[in-house]
Design a protein around this ligand. Structure first.
Ligand SMILES: Nc1ncnc2c1ncn2[C@@H]1O[C@H](COP(=O)(O)OP(=O)(O)OP(=O)(O)O)[C@@H](O)[C@H]1O
Length: 276
């Protein structure tokens, strides 16, 4: 599904906070006052964050600062953790995804997720991609499904490498290929947003470079949010960066600004390696 946003984007958000940048493209997702608790322990404190469409937003910060917890809010994956409670609004296409009326399974087809370690199903390459469109009833015929599989694999930059072995087990692919397969699987259900939680942490530098090139290609069509421990990666792939510390959003802005001219001392200390 392509973006449904048709109105002209405002140059700046009306609700600009002190730690927001001057320039802000039209948000695809608007997070408002997000608090997350694991039992009695609060992990995320009052985070408001607009996430623009057709661009990559990187979440950075030291281990345990809440990046993955926040990312999981965007497709309600925290619902699967019993002790976890999320408060606040996350507006997508005019609706709050935290509303009880929202079906989390459908939501997760609109907001796909790619994990740290490639996790293909123990099935063929073809079945990994066709599974989502089949269960969501997106294909009218076998030809239709074949077309979706090819298109998804092409978009994930994997088609040429696998087109002659679609029935081979997915786990016969290299780690980097498996991660591109997982990206193709996420794309196959026509999402609007793709979440990536350290998608390159299990990959070698060559496979990492392929994924980074792919992310750069995908941002022309999708809203992408990536958690990364690598500041070099955040600087290479993202247009906007949000720096988290101890569950708080310290600063967000254009990636160039965050890395060359951060407003906050804590951001500067982190990106210059003084802590983290
Ligand atoms: N399932 C859970 N149950 C209880 N506490 C959790 C759970 N998941 C995360 N936490 C806690 O929430 C806080 C934020 O963790 P989170 O994994 O979101 O941080 P992170 O920035 O992604 O860390 P890392 O970079 O190490 O992956 C931490 O204090 C962590 O211990």
């Amino acid at each position: 599904m392509e973006s449904t946003v048709t109105s002209a984007p405002p140059a700046t958000s009306p609700g600009t906070q002190a730690n927001e940048p001057e320039r802000l493209t039209f948000p695809r997702i608007e997070c408002r006052d997000i608090n997350v608790f694991y039992g009695d322990k609060q992990a995320i404190f009052d985070i408001s964050l607009p996430i623009p469409d057709r661009s990559v937003t990187a979440l950075i910060g030291p281990s345990g600062c809440g990046k993955s917890t926040f990312l999981r809010c965007l497709n309600r994956m925290n619902d699967t953790i019993e002790s976890c409670r999320v408060e606040g609004q996350i507006i997508m296409d005019g609706e709050n995804i935290n509303d009880a009326a929202i079906d989390p399974v459908l939501l997760r087809s609109r907001v796909g997720m790619v994990f740290q370690k490639p996790n293909p199903f123990p099935k063929s390459i073809y079945d990994n991609i066709s599974y989502g469109p089949r269960i969501h009833g997106l294909a009218a015929s076998r030809e239709d499904l074949d077309g979706m599989v090819e298109k998804s694999l092409r978009r994930a930059g994997l088609w040429e490498e696998v087109k002659d072995r679609l029935t081979a087990p997915a786990n016969s692919l290299s780690g980097g290929q498996q991660q591109r397969l997982c990206i193709a699987r996420a794309i196959a259900v026509q999402p609007e947003v793709i979440l990536m939680d350290e998608p390159c942490s299990a990959l070698d530098p060559v496979a990492t470079a392929r994924i980074e090139e792919l992310i750069d290609e995908l941002r022309k069509r999708y809203c992408i949010v990536i958690v990364t421990h690598s500041m070099q990666q955040a600087a290479r792939v993202s247009q906007r960066t949000a720096f988290f510390h101890l569950g708080i959003l310290v600063e967000m802005g254009e990636t160039d600004q965050i890395f060359t001219n951060p407003r906050e001392r804590r951001t500067e200390d982190y990106i210059t390696g003084r802590f983290g």
